[in-house]
Design a protein around this ligand. Structure first.
Ligand SMILES: [Zn+2]
Length: 120
């Protein structure tokens, strides 16, 4: 994989972002995420739409089919912690919320910068 360069967000009182659950690597700004699951309760999963910050997916050939979707596991670039999955292929008749190239990060595998500190 070569040398790993990590991207860090500014830890200011007005920023909100998520970190790897196992190391200090920053993962996604709050505004980049679409919350799935029980939004009124504790959210369980997120989709990162734009880019893969500080994560890597398994190489082609290690993908797996789940229903009409092809997924690849996604790991932290810094420590290798499993964070979620990347959608490699999505059927055309899917509901449109998920597209190929999107990332789904499991909330339970992340921590959060809440503007003042890092919380679970
Ligand atoms: Zn990590």
């Amino acid at each position: 994989m070569g040398r790993v360069f990590l991207i860090y967000f500014d830890e200011t009182p007005v920023t909100r972002f998520y970190l790897c659950g196992a190391c200090p690597a920053h993962m996604a700004l709050r505004q980049e995420l679409v919350v799935f699951g029980n939004q009124g309760l504790s959210p369980v999963i997120f989709v990162l739409r734009r880019r893969d910050v500080n994560v890597y997916a398994l190489s082609p050939g290690q993908d797996r089919m789940v229903g009409a979707r092809t997924l690849s596991d996604v790991y932290c670039n810094n420590c290798g912690n499993l964070l979620g999955v990347k959608f490699i292929e999505v059927a055309n008749d899917d509901d449109g919320a998920v597209r190929a190239g999107y990332f789904l990060l499991y909330r339970k595998n992340l921590r959060k910068w809440n503007g003042q500190g890092i919380v679970a």
